[in-house]
Design a protein around this ligand. Sequence first.
Ligand SMILES: Cc1cc2nc3c(=O)[nH]c(=O)nc-3n(C[C@H](O)[C@H](O)[C@H](O)COP(=O)(O)O)c2cc1C
Length: 463
Amino acid sequence: MGVGVSNWRLAKVVSRLGEIGVVSGTAIDAVVARRLQLGDADGSIRRALSHFPWPKMAKRFLDNFFIPGGKAPHEPFKLMTLLSLGMKRARVEQMIVANFVEVFLAKEGHRGIVGINYLEKIQLPTLPSLFGAMLAGVDIVLMGAGIPLAIPGTLDRLAHWDPVELNIQVEDNTADQAFVYRLDPREYSSGVRPELSRPKFLAIVASDVIAKTMIRRATGRVDGFVVEGHTAGGHNAPPRRVGQASGAATTGYSDRDIPDIAKIKKLGRPFWLAGGFASPGRLKEALALGANGIQVGTVFAFCDESGIVPAMKEAVLKECINGTLTVTTDFQASPTGYPFKIVSLKNNRTSQSEPGRRERICDLGYLRELYCKDESKVGYRCPSEPVKDYVAKGGREDFTVGKQCLCNGLMATIGLGQSRGDETELPLITAGDDFSFVKHLVKSENTHYSASEAIEYLKPNHS
Ligand SMILES: Cc1cc2nc3c(=O)[nH]c(=O)nc-3n(C[C@H](O)[C@H](O)[C@H](O)COP(=O)(O)O)c2cc1C
């Protein structure tokens, strides 16, 4: 769960309890860099960096971002260079190091399984991120928000230290040019070259058709699937009958959007069901359907160990108990064009999701799309940047309607929101539709619960 919600602390607890703990790899470079600017109070990041195979690279990261004692509250976080096809080595290093740090910490001190989650839609960080996570020995890579055909083969190659490349999607590409991002891992290994093992690859899919496509056309082995329905938190697959149209206002799911589990089972790979499965009954149901288990998000997003700011977790759980919490599938908010679940609170009106609350600023840029400027040049634009800038770059004005800045909003939700003068970026909270676990886990006098209690609720016989 991104960004930073499923952090190393949460993944580590889950993994130690014998489940698969998954960290979010989305924007993890900015997350780790900002945690360092808050002073790395428990020293965890510095400890992880001391295990990074190339100390000089780790030191460059530390020197760039660490502020002993933390930055002053109103001082803005240092911005990283926005990602681009031609990004410099220093920027690539930051992604390698940060992914290493998050996975290292999640895996530290136990033998449990740790995965990392990325979004296919966010392409530029993918290769350095995979490499960094593999340096820390990540066990599983999970990827959705698109059809990640190239990733399984990429993992095979990286495990042999071979150069890798990824075709990058570029809009307005009338001449049909190929745009490729390349990474040669050997260029980053000064002297020491640790052995890398190939993590398992799980594709996150919303239909049997996509699952089948993955098996047939992926560049390497797909080891299994997370089958995610549209009630899940975060981004959802668009409704089938409409298809994905960036920025287009679409509404409503139908029965056609419910994945056909029998067909998935026939593919013969392990699979986990996700989206509204956080109850012992639904877990049993999933197992009866042939699933290896379930992937749950919302129940973990609001537990003690997650990265969401504690006061926000408490507000969400309280409003859930009081019946004032609403979760909507917003078909416009995300610059990716995918539907995105947004939590609204009645009595805590602080969210970015209120219209007109936020001046448009794009300074993290993870969701920028690439577009052809002219014959050979590539430009970058995001439908949630200032409208006039987006339109000046050839973007369609109607694509900007209702767009939220997920990058800044999600960073604020985990306490890493940018300071802008006297103001701080407002949070954006995502969650799935199903909060039925709350009445079982939250006792009236105590509005919080641990990841271990959540697992105990889901698996009563868990020891
Ligand atoms: C706060 C939050 C953030 C999420 N972020 C991501 C993400 O970055 N990538 C992803 O593949 N899934 C993401 N998800 C989806 C979860 O991984 C999981 O599949 C889903 O939440 C399961 O449904 P549930 O919320 O009903 O348990 C997110 C879910 C939540 C609640």
